[in-house]
Design a protein around this ligand. Structure first.
Ligand code: F3S
Length: 638
């Protein structure tokens, strides 16, 4: 049967399982990437996995997120990650080297490779024909240690492109159009595969912009074929040897299809506060702008910034606008400096930031209160900019630059696309691994780096008190707050533990310590919101053994399982009312009960019993019995 490009790559990396959407498969992973915000935890996990040698072809540790060094914490994290890279043989990209996805595209992404990264925009490398997926930190650690990754196979969504973009439009306008049509849920359960004659009219950085914001569609990944355009890009980046021609089999059939005529696309804008609140820029009249921010892993390529320089040339940024520009990589910044584009930007009144995520992750440049900010980024959720009542609009670099001059939102001007036959590729921000016998043996564990909490294999009986009873829709933010003051403590679970559930109660930490751990009782949709692993690791550290809920949010449920915390649901939701905080519960005969999916719970305080359920795959059961994914994966071979 003719296959989609997606399924061809899955088939060529299949270690275990059947090629059937909805089924779990085990894939061989060629490359991994981490950024510093998630990376500290990944390398603590890698350390706990006790590996001798990486199982991937290439793994890169980037520093691009938490770049402020107002205290020692972020600097400690950077030093720790560098030491882990030197110990395990990863490439280390120093602070200032650039944004992980942009640098990976320029330097390491490879057609036909599988890549997983502990960052949701990892699919950016799909622009080069990599099968690239954002994953949890532990999955990335396991991929480095063992070379595999378990994935529930998504369906494949064909996005058929024809025509070519107008000179005032950018790939950003394409993906904003797709978001307008499909919404932020439109890609859930799918990999987006781009096909059709329009593909050849998009450069690799254009394709990467489109794949980058596939994450905003909710898609597992996005991918373009690898063709002559890909070959030219790789040649210009001095690595034509990585080229491999790739595409779907003729006649491959897809699970869903969308057709886009690139020639019909107009400059688009996503209004606050969702990336799918998209309308043509021309529909918004007289929107005065306070800030314009250009950069991020979505739109910080050489071509994007050259388009910005073309528009700024000979003009002055409007007196009421603060224009900030973060080039995507040190190489892009160097090329802009050498060809005069940087001088053009500075002459216009732009503020030049270092090559990093910067304002995209709320590290500086928060807009003024109630400020209107146009950004070339991928997310405009409320508060993400650092200013709660700011209004963030997502636009292309052309629209951003044109608006910065005018002082109000205006469609992008026409530009001549710039492409080079040879890009700068000398980068002194990389530290390459040494030969194995010359590698570092220790890790730089500054006071902000605390060991990863480990669990024990599951006992057959647990008798503990209920530490907390919460309502429906508790978020991962409620479990572990993520405000800016706590960001530097991502590698310090004991510190974060003091803040557990503080949005709901004052004394959870004390209760957990006094009772030596216990249970959490919850309503529906427990653990919704961000996917952060800390929302399971902090409860693990505090001795939480099980969460008894009416229902769970999907990703948090799997993070609980990875930590070895039982996610159990009430067989009868009314049982929720039979238990109060501080009640003592006994969960007996757990091993057999979990295997059968039915567990009997005794409320010793009230003298009554009720039923709990566990609905999980055999692998999830094995992870729980082992006391978490680290213990489970340590000795696993596929
Ligand atoms: Fe960084 Fe923002 Fe991308 S935080 S990795 S630039 S989404």
């Amino acid at each position: 049967m003719p296959k989609t490009l997606t399924y061809k790559l899955i088939a060529s990396h299949l270690l275990d399982g059947d090629l059937e959407a909805g089924k779990e498969v085990c894939l061989k992973i060629n490359q991994t990437l981490t950024q510093d915000s998630t990376g500290t935890m990944v390398y603590l996990q890698l350390e706990a996995l006790d590996v001798d040698k990486l199982a991937t072809d290439l793994s890169v540790a980037y520093i691009d997120h938490n770049m402020l060094q107002a205290g020692f914490e972020n600097a400690d994290d950077h030093a720790f990650i560098q030491s882990a890279a030197e110990k395990y043989g990863l490439i280390f990209s120093k602070p200032g080297g650039g944004i992980c996805h942009q640098v990976h595209l320029e330097r390491f992404g490879r057609p036909g490779a599988t890549l997983i990264g502990s960052d949701s925009h990892t699919p950016t490398a799909g622009g080069l024909g990599s099968l690239a997926i954002g994953a949890g930190g532990l999955d990335v650690a396991v991929a480095m240690a063992k070379g595999f990754y378990f994935l529930t196979l998504p369906k494949v969504y064909e996005v058929y492109l024809k025509g070519s973009l107008k000179a005032n439009c950018n790939a950003k306008d394409v993906i904003l159009t797709v978001l307008q049509k499909l919404s932020v849920k439109g890609g859930v359960g799918y990999i987006m595969e781009y096909t059709g004659p329009g593909v050849q009219n998009l450069s690799v950085p254009d394709r990467a912009t489109i794949c980058n914001m596939g994450a905003e569609l909710g898609a597992t990944s996005s991918i373009f074929p690898s063709d002559q355009v890909t070959r030219d890009f790789l040649r210009a980046h001095h690595r034509e040897g990585d080229f491999l021609e790739l595409g779907p089999d003729p006649g491959a059939s897809y699970d869903a299809r969308l057709e886009i005529d690139l020639s019909a696309i107009e400059p688009m804008v996503a209004k606050p506060h969702s990336p799918d609140a998209v309308v043509p820029v021309a529909e918004i009249d007289s929107l005065k702008v306070d800030q314009v921010a250009i950069g991020s892993c979505t739109n910080s390529s050489y071509a994007d910034l050259m388009a910005v320089a073309q528009i700024l040339k000979g003009h002055r940024v409007h007196p009421d606008v603060s224009l900030v520009i973060s080039p995507g990589s040190a190489n892009v910044l160097k090329m802009l400096a050498e060809n005069g584009a940087l001088a053009t930007m500075i002459a216009s009144g732009a503020r030049i930031l270092e090559s990093a995520c910067g304002p995209c992750i709320g590290m500086g440049q928060a807009p003024k209160s109630k400020g209107i900010s146009l950004r070339t980024f991928n997310r405009n959720f409320k508060g993400r900019s650092g200013t709660k009542d700011a209004q963030i609009y997502l636009v292309s670099p052309q629209t951003a630059a044109s608006s910065a001059i005018k002082g109000y939102l205006t469609p992008g001007q026409e530009v001549d696309p710039s492409s080079l036959s040879s890009y700068d590729h000398v980068n002194d921000y990389f530290i390459y691994p040494k030969e194995k016998d010359q590698r570092r043996k220790d890790l730089a564990m500054g006071p902000n780096i605390k060991p990863f909490p480990l669990n024990d294999p599951l006992e057959d009986q647990i008798q503990k008190r209920v530490l907390l009873k919460v309502q429906d829709n508790v978020t991962t933010d409620d479990i572990v707050p993520s405000h800016a003051g706590l960001l530097p403590y991502r590698s310090n679970i004991p510190h974060l533990a003091h803040y557990a559930f503080t949005t709901l109660v004052d004394d959870f930490y004390d209760r957990a310590k006094k009772n030596n751990g216990g249970f959490i009782l919850a309503g529906d949709n427990y653990g919704q919101g961000s996917s952060r692993e800390h929302a399971a690791l902090v409860p693990l550290y505090l001795g939480v053994k099980a969460v008894l809920a009416k229902s769970f949010a999907r990703i948090h449920r799997s993070n609980l399982i990875n930590s070895g915390i039982l996610p159990l649901t009430f067989a009868d939701p009314a049982s929720y009312d039979l238990v109060d905080p501080e009640d003592e519960l006994l969960l007996d005969n757990l091993h057999e009960g979990l295997a059968k999916g039915q567990i009997l719970a005794f409320n010793k305080t009230k003298g009554l019993a009720f039923s709990l359920e566990f609905k999980g795959s055999p692998r999830e059961l094995a992870i729980l019995l082992a006391g978490g994914n680290l213990n489970y994966s340590k000795h696993l071979e596929v």
